[in-house]
Each structure stands twice: as structure tokens, then as C-alpha cells.
Design a protein around this ligand. Structure first.
Ligand code: ADP
Ligand code: ZN
Ligand code: ZN
Length: 701
């Protein structure tokens, strides 16, 4: 007897087929079974989805093989994937297959068998037990007891250094202790932050559970490592998964706890393909897992500067809040938050890089053997190179952006398309040799500091060691594998006096000797057209401030310096008081007035084309019938506009914003509009349109 099975596969983009395909099989295959099936001329990995009715008389192709020895993906996982595909307006097969490790897609049945039979080569290396875990503080105890007794989701709103990680560790401990098959998923925004988190989790859990009980999942791993981690999580031998946003799709049959650290971080939003928010999916997944397994799966979001969405959701239940807010305002060990000092750059000579009073303060820190950290969110030497005699500037020929001057290799590099050239000897327009950098990046700041410190000796040091040691950490300095770890180790070991870097150094790191942090030029974000820019700036500055004074035994009062031409700005006033709630409530009031998220829901449709005109014409035409679509009476469709950087790599980009006070109406509308977008692309007769995509809940508008 032959069975019909419906199988989800990855179809070519914009394929006419949608949804699962039907195949025949000699076995009745359970939903979630991994199979290989013929598709056109090739064979591809698929997931058996829920049963489909037998189409009359259809000659179905048979399933080619079943991946034996691997349990079917469970209903909660399939439900999560189905939800994500629907919500983010992507094909089911695309989301399902992208959620599986790439190597799994490539192995045929025979290779798969060999893979399964291969003995795990890993020795179960003995791990040293960490020093006994610290006694939780009163605030930590409070938070943990609520996580134990309430349902959540929880927003752990804890100052930088309040010991949020210790709460995660203990919450994980309790989740695993409550159920011998229980599993926990812990997500961090950036791959850079995984090694140190991993270290703390390994130290805490490897002695009791074995090293193999913890696995990582992030894009820096080899395909073989990713497959191994995925299998361990799927089979349940991994009790703890630590990962970046992709880990939200990990198959974890015993999932009892999901932690999202630094939940406000934009890195949780995928910016291509299915543009999902791992933070939002974590909330949804927690509910799903609880429903499917009948056992609670808690979700714990943590941040010192929560996203305004999460802050709003965690308002008191009486006001409609859905999350439980757990506050931990105090720093562990009484290391106080830094005193915030504003330097009015309007009072400084033009082009001042570092105000003299800031330099003096840095010098004083060095003299005491402490460290300083300077934040400048722009890598390279200068954002623009310009001619002194004519109008020439280092524009990228392929993008509507300037190429950045990198002095180290004397190149002009476009940070959008990657186009790079050696710096010309003379102006390409007028031949003048007087080409000058405009503005500054981390490289230039590093050079400036080295000049300022030349001839200044560190007290108590000898020989070469007397020089002040400046280290730059940014995407350029850490390009090579292992470079970041090595550079961070230098900072931790005290082999660095002044650390210069981009936002990379502001997040999460538990630096113990930094007592002064300075934001060199944060003003750009104050007047951005993106309504989320102030939120991101405030979070970044609070995070940066949080790197200072983490060790009270240092004794010194720590400082956060801010160089700004707008010292009166309300954002800085709130920052000065470390008053996130005041800032958040102000912003929320503004957003409510303007009907912006979280008081409305948005989606962007982006189009790429050979000309800006074509990109906009495509969007405009697709929107011409929008008013007839379901949900349209509750939707506002804005006109098509160029994106902030409208040309990248010779492709013109336009976008159209769609907004509604009702998430349901927006979803309904988008689902119907997708078909219109497809047919406009196919039959609309507009030349030169390359691609389009929907971004639901976009972060950059
Ligand atoms: P956060 O993630 O909130 O910034 P961490 O979890 O990194 O803070 O904790 C800050 C520091 O305090 C760490 O060095 C951590 O080991 C220490 N710590 C956390 N909880 C306790 C505690 N209950 N007792 C003593 N030290 C603690
Ligand atoms: Zn010139
Ligand atoms: Zn470019």
C-alpha cells in the first residue's frame, strides 16, 4: 500500500508552487520526519508536514529516502516554523529549511548513515569546578522566586552589573533540576559575546552535567560543528543551548526555559530572508512549548535598557501589561554607576577631538593604573577624504555614500558595497595633492591618542613598558579569527591603558579595571530621521557606562564622559541620572502621540531595481489596488520613497511603509498583498525590477 505524504521543501524564490508538496511513500511517515525527495532534477531535504488528502489519480513521485535514526521534529517546532513563515510573510519551506543546519541539507541517506555511525571523537574532558557560586543578593532572590512562581514572560530589568547573568544561571539550574529531560535555551545578541557566556555556563554546569551537555549555535561555527550541536539539542543530550538569534529555531524537545540576554539589541532581528525577530519568536515559542508539552516553558528577557516594546509590555497588569517586570536596580558589590559628565563641545575650538579636561581625566586614570575606554561608533580613519581646492570627495561610484579613508593600508573603502581602492596620489578631478580627511573614525582617534601620550610615562613601569598602551577594537582590528578574544584578553590582563572602539566594546563585557568611559561623538544619532535612533543611542550609552566601575574594590569613583554640542538635550539629562524609566516613558509618550510602535504596527515593503524610478513605480503599482484588500480599512499605506542610502552596489532601493493600529488587520492585509506583489512583479511590465521583500516589524524605518 502506498501512502501520500506532504513534504515541505525549499522551493526556488518566487516559485509558482507554494506550501507542502505531495509524495508517495511505502511507509506511513510521521509528521516531522526528515526525508529526501526528488524536486525537478535534483534531490533535496524535506520535512514531512501534516497529512494531505490523496489527490485524485495523481501519479506522485516517491520519497527517495528517509533519514533514519533521527526522531521527527516535534509539533511545537513545526508550529513555531509555521507561525514564523506566516507572520513574516515568507514561504514555509524557506523558513523550515533555513532553521535546519546547512550540513543536514547536503548529506544524502548514505552519508547520513556514516555520519550517525561515526563515534564522537570528543574526549569528556574533565572540567574544573568553578569557585562555589555566590550567594544570591536579595534582588536576585526576589527575581528568582517570581520566575519560579509566576508564569511570565518576564522582563528582567537590571542595571549593568546587577548580576543578571547569575539570575540566568540559577534559572537554568532550576529548570534542569525540575525535569531530567529539561532543556534551556540562552540567547545573546552577538557572536562576540558567546565565548564569555559559554565560559560562565561551562564553569557552572559542566561539573554536574558534563561538558557535552552544553552546546553553542552561531554563524561562526563550521557546518560540522553546527550539525553536531543541532543533533545534540534535538536528541536531548545537550541540556543547554547557547546561541545567537538563529538558535531560536533549535529543535529542543524538552525546552523549559528561554533566556534572551540584552533583549533590546537590534541584532535579534534578522535583516535578510525571513526577517524574524528572535526576541519576539522566543515569547511566542514559550507559549507554544507550554501548550504542546503541558509543562511550563518560561521566557526571560533581560536588559538594563529594555526595548520600548518590552518596557511597554511590562507595564503593570492593571494598565494592560502582559509581561512581569523584575527590577534589579542595584549593582552587586556596591560598585557604583559612573558619574556622568557632559563636555560642551560648542565651547571648544572647532575640530577638537578630545577636550582638554577629558584628556586630563584619562591621564589621571592611567596614573592610578586604571583603564579608560573611548567609544566612537565609526571605524576607519575618516568617513570622507576631500580635495582642498575643488569639490571632489571620496564618493563611492557604486553607492550613494562616501568611501571611508583607512590610513593603515591607505585605502578608500565603501562600507556598503565593499568597493576599495588605494588612495589616489592627487585629486582625480583637479590634480591637487592636498587631499585631507574630514571627520574622524577609530583609527584617527587611536593615532591622536598615541600622539598625545608620546613622551608621557606610566608611573612605576620600566623600559618599553613605560609607554601608554592604546588598543583599538573594531570590525577592522578583529577581522581574523581569534583576534577579538586575544584583544579582550589583553584588556582583562591589564596590558592596555586606553581602549578605543566601536559599539563592539560597549556591550556585555565584564571589564574589571575600567573606571572611565567616554563617548567621543555621539551627536549624530540625536537628529536622525529614524524614530528609533534616540532609543538605540540611549541604550548604547547606558551599556557603555555600564562597563565602568564594575569592580568596587578599585575604590575610585568611576566616570562617564560625553562630548556633545547639545548638553541640554533631554536624553543626556536622563542619562546623567541613569534614569532609563524617565527616558523610556518620555519616548513612549511621544510615540503614543504620533501613533508609532508599540502603539501601532508597521511593515515595510522594499524593492530593488536598476533605476529609482522603477523601484518606486513597482511599489506604487502594487499598492494601487491596496484599498480593495482585506483589512485595508484599518491600514495606512504611505507613498514609496528612496531608502536612506538609496543606491548600493549600483542597485536603486525604494521602500513603502504600511501601518495599522491592529496587528491582525496588518497581517491579513499583508498576506493578501503578497499575491499582488508577486503578480505585479511577474505581469506588471515594469522593467528593471530585481527583487522585493516584506519586512514585518522593521527596526530601521
Ligand atoms: P550584568 O549581566 O547584570 O551586567 P553580571 O551578571 O555580569 O551583571 O554580574 C556582575 C558581576 O557581579 C560579575 O562579576 C558577577 O560574577 C558578580 N556577581 C553576580 N551576582 C553576584 C552575587 N550574588 N554575589 C557576588 N557577586 C556576584
Ligand atoms: Zn580637487
Ligand atoms: Zn559602495
Amino acid at each position: 500500500m502506498l501512502f501520500t505524504v506532504s513534504v515541505v521543501v525549499q522551493l526556488p524564490a518566487h516559485s509558482a508552487l507554494a506550501g507542502p508538496l505531495s509524495y508517495s511513500s511505502e511507509q506511513a511517515l510521521a509528521p516531522g520526519t526528515l526525508v529526501r525527495v526528488p524536486l525537478g532534477r535534483r534531490e533535496t531535504l524535506g520535512v514531512v508536514w501534516d497529512a494531505a488528502p490523496q489527490p485524485d489519480g495523481a501519479q506522485l513521485k516517491p520519497v527517495a529516502s528517509v533519514l533514519e535514526g533521527i526522531a521527527p521534529l516535534d509539533a511545537a517546532w513545526r508550529h513555531l516554523v509555521g507561525f514564523a513563515a506566516g507572520y513574516y510573510q515568507r514561504a514555509l519551506g524557506e523558513v523550515a529549511l533555513a532553521a535546519l543546519p546547512p550540513q543536514l541539507r547536503e548529506l544524502d541517506a548514505a552519508q547520513w548513515q556514516r555520519r550517525l555511525q561515526r563515534k564522537s571523537r570528543k574526549a569528556e574532558a574533565a572540567t574544573e569546578a568553578e569557585a562555589p557560586p555566590p550567594q544570591p543578593t536579595e534582588e536576585q532572590k526576589q527575581a528568582l522566586s517570581r520566575i519560579r512562581s509566576e508564569e511570565g514572560p518576564f522582563l528582567l530589568y537590571g542595571s549593568t552589573g546587577s548580576g543578571k547573568t547569575e539570575v540566568y544561571l540559577r534559572a537554568v539550574q532550576e529548570a534542569l533540576a525540575a525535569d531530567p529531560h529539561g532543556q534551556a535555551l540562552v540567547m545573546v545578541p552577538e557572536i562576540n559575546l558567546t565565548p564569555q557566556l559559554e565560559e560562565r555556563f561551562v564553569a557552572r554546569f559542566a561539573p554536574a552535567f558534563g561538558r557535552h551537555a552544553l552546546v553553542s549555535m552561531h554563524s561562526g561555527m563550521t557546518p560540522a560543528q553546527r550539525l553536531a550541536s543541532w543533533l545534540a539539542a534535538h536528541q536531548g543530550s545537550a541540556r543547554i543551548v547557547l546561541g545567537t538569534r538563529m538558535a531560536v529555531f533549535a529543535s529542543m524537545p524538552g525546552l523549559r526555559l528561554i533566556v534572551v540576554d540584552e533583549e533590546h539589541d537590534p541584532s535579534y532581528k534578522q535583516q535578510e530572508g525571513a526577517r524574524y525577530s528572535a526576541r519576539d519568536l522566543a515569547i511566542y515559542r514559550g507559549r507554544l512549548e507550554s501548550r504542546h508539552s503541558g509543562q511550563p516553558c518560561r521566557v526571560l528577557l533581560g536588559s538594563a535598557t529594555p526595548s520600548l516594546e518590552s518596557w511597554h509590555h511590562s507595564r503593570p497588569a492593571a494598565e494592560g501589561g502582559k509581561y512581569q517586570r523584575l527590577a534589579m536596580p542595584s549593582r552587586v558589590g556596591a560598585g557604583r554607576l559612573p558619574a556622568v559628565r557632559l563636555v560642551d563641545m560648542g565651547q571648544q575650538p572647532r575640530n577638537t577631538q578630545l577636550a582638554p579636561q577629558l584628556m586630563a581625566a584619562i591621564g589621571a586614570r592611567i596614573a592610578r593604573g586604571e583603564q579608560a575606554m573611548l567609544l566612537l561608533n565609526r571605524r576607519g580613519y575618516a568617513p570622507v577624504l576631500a580635495c582642498g581646492s575643488c569639490e571632489w570627495k571620496s564618493a563611492c561610484p557604486h553607492c550613494s555614500a562616501y568611501r571611508v579613508f583607512h590610513k593603515i593600508d591607505r585605502s578608500l573603502r565603501c562600507h556598503h558595497c565593499g568597493f576599495a581602492e588605494r588612495v589616489p596620489r592627487a585629486c582625480p578631478e583637479c590634480g591637487d595633492v592636498d587631499l585631507a580627511p574630514v571627520g574622524r573614525g577609530t583609527e584617527r582617534l587611536e593615532e591622536h591618542l598615541a600622539q598625545l601620550f608620546e613622551g608621557i610615562e606610566r608611573p612605576g613601569a620600566e623600559g618599553e613598558d613605560r609607554r601608554v598602551r592604546v588598543l583599538r577594537i573594531d570590525a577592522d582590528s578583529t577581522r581574523h579569527k581569534g583576534a577579538l578574544e586575544e584583544q579582550l584578553a589583553q584588556v582583562h590582563a591589564g596590558a592596555v591603558d586606553v581602549l578605543v572602539g566601536t559599539q563592539m566594546i560597549a556591550k556585555g563585557h565584564d571589564f574589571r579595571r575600567i573606571t572611565l568611559v567616554a563617548a567621543v561623538n555621539p551627536d549624530g544619532a540625536l537628529f536622525s530621521s529614524d524614530f528609533r535612533a534616540p532609543e538605540r543611542l540611549f541604550a548604547l550609552l547606558m551599556q557603555a557606562a555600564g562597563r565602568a566601575g564594575r569592580d568596587a574594590s578599585q575604590g575610585a569613583v568611576s566616570e562617564m564622559w560625553i562630548q556633545t554640542a547639545h548638553p541640554q538635550h533631554a536624553l543626556f539629562a536622563a542619562l546623567r541620572r541613569h534614569d532609563y524609566p524617565a527616558f523610556a516613558n518620555d519616548q513612549l509618550a511621544e510615540r503614543m502621540q504620533a501613533c508609532m510602535p508599540p502603539f501601532s504596527f508597521q511593515a515595510l515593503v522594499r524593492a530593488d531595481a536598476r533605476t529609482q524610478q522603477a523601484a518606486q513605480a513597482f511599489l506604487t503599482q502594487a499598492a494601487s489596488t491596496a484599498s480593495e484588500l482585506p483589512g485595508a480599512d484599518q491600514i495606512v499605506v504611505y507613498p514609496a520613497v528612496p531608502t536612506a542610502i538609496q543606491r548600493v552596489a549600483n542597485v536603486e532601493r525604494a521602500q513603502m511603509l504600511v501601518e495599522s493600529a491592529s496587528r491582525g488587520a496588518l497581517q491579513q492585509f499583508l498576506a493578501a498583498w503578497q499575491a499582488v506583489l508577486h503578480s505585479t512583479r511577474r505581469d506588471g511590465g515594469i522593467e528593471g525590477v530585481l527583487r522585493w521583500a516584506i519586512d514585518v516589524d522593521p527596526l530601521m524605518v
